[in-house]
Design a binder for this molecule. Structure first.
Ligand code: ATP
Ligand code: MG
Length: 397
């Protein structure tokens, strides 16, 4: 067994020694069987949260009402969830109450897809009552039990199915695919925050072209918050080479394709973090300018490397241009800028004040911009004394 299972192994063994069952479950087992990198290890157990707290000295309650606590060993936290069923679903959402059970198969049965319903014990032995390994081998995404019922129970699974297509490049099993189209409208019952989490993963996946194809053919896109609920956005997205684009690239591309009046509002409707919204709204400004002309040094400087690369990536995607070449070019041009941020400028507003009798005011900002422009154009070197002389000679102060 390898990391991160190895670090979590003592938890499984401590639970077993206390007379209960414990298994690795969910995404970590799936990704392990696929030979992929594993991010978070989930453990399922027959012990209740109260019983777990009797076994481990350091625990954190995160979702105790759903039977989940975090057990901390050697400074590392692991999610441990009591076997449960989700008997009652209301309004096509996650159930409010859960029933703890003592049987692993019952717990695996409530999971969304067969590939996510495999358990692995401390010896690496698998428990796979729903033929998840077969699905992995056939690269199939198939619901555990009736697809119609499973999507009606929790409509978030509609989005989860499509994001797994994007991440794994698997096909949807026939009934599962049909049921997504039939139940697409149920997505409107799901909290935006949960849809956003799946969308972000979808946008980051290498097979997002196929995922967009499914969003479109199933009609699921119509029930997304904004941007991606527009046919013209989905249509255009499918025409571009998007496989290597990341999440931010995709949001920016969608903003551009949707051509909306209020970019921030569109992004807010997805409940994206405000920092991300701010940086994307900034980026669309640069993208619009990029459509007019090549980057000026001042634009590169103002955008910063990260935004410049983001904007150039999306611009080249729209132009069907060469991504690698253009991004390398932008990086090289950025490397050659005499200053890369305002902090690197050798003078500050206080310097300007000390050089003149005039009181502080908007002129300082204007002059600083002129100085930055001159430094970027190599008209003056980034040296305090030289800048002072240049400012005097040009009569700017
Ligand atoms: P990732 O690698 O992105 O974390 P994951 O499959 O681990 O993918 P999680 O959201 O971490 O996804 O969920 C862990 C496990 O919980 C899943 O593998 C699945 O067994 C189960 N699960 C998660 N969400 C649902 C759901 N909406 N309905 C049923 N089972 C779910
Ligand atoms: Mg997970």
């Amino acid at each position: 067994m390898k990391e991160p299972f190895l670090s979590a192994l003592p938890i499984i063994e401590d639970i077993q020694n206390a007379g209960f069952e414990a298994y690795f479950v969910g995404g970590s087992v799936r990704d392990h069987l696929l030979g992929k990198e594993i991010h978070d290890v989930d453990i399922a157990t027959s012990a209740t949260p109260a019983e777990l707290k009797g076994i481990f000295s350091k625990t954190v309650d995160v979702g105790i009402e759903h039977g989940t606590i975090i057990v901390i060993i050697q400074g590392q936290g692991f999610e441990v969830t009591t076997y449960r069923t989700e008997a009652e679903y209301k309004d096509y959402r996650r159930p409010e109450t859960v029933a703890f059970v003592r049987n692993l198969t019952e717990d695996l049965k409530r999971r969304d897809f067969t590939m996510n319903a495999i358990a692995m014990d401390n010896n690496g032995e698998l428990v796979d009552p729903f033929e998840g390994q077969k699905a992995l081998k056939e690269q199939l995404i198939e619901t555990v039990g009736s697809a119609d019922e499973r999507f009606q129970e929790d409509a978030l699974r509609l989005m989860r199915a499509v994001r797994f297509v994007s991440q794994l490049g698997f096909r949807l099993e026939h009934q599962t695919e049909r049921a997504i189209a039939t139940h697409a409208c149920l997505l409107k019952h799901i909290a935006v925050e949960r849809v956003m989490v799946e969308m972000v993963k979808l946008l980051d996946g290498p097979n997002k072209s196929e995922a967009f194809n499914i969003l479109f053919t199933s009609g699921l896109y119509k029930y997304l918050p904004s941007l991606f609920n527009e046919k013209k956005v989905i249509d255009a997205t499918m025409k571009y080479q998007i496989s290597s684009l990341n999440e931010d690239d995709m949001w920016l591309l969608a903003l551009y394709l949707a051509d909306a009046d209020d970019h921030a509002e569109e992004l807010k409707s997805w409940k994206l973090p405000s920092k991300k919204i701010k940086s994307l709204v900034r980026a669309i400004g640069f993208l619009n300018r990029r459509h007019l002309h090549e980057w000026t040094s001042f634009e590169l400087f103002s955008a910063g490397r990260e935004t410049a690369v983001l904007v150039e990536t999306v611009y080249q995607t729209i132009q069907h241009g060469s991504l690698m070449e253009s991004v390398t070019l932008i990086n090289n041009r950025f490397d050659q800028l005499p200053i890369k941020s305002r902090q690197e400028l050798a003078v500050t507003g206080n310097d300007l004040l000390s050089w003149s009798d005039v009181t502080a005011g908007p002129w300082m900002k204007e002059l600083l911009e002129k100085i930055i422009q001159a430094v970027l154009d190599n008209d003056v070197s980034n040296d305090k004394e030289e800048i002072r002389r240049w400012v005097k000679v040009c009569g700017l102060l």
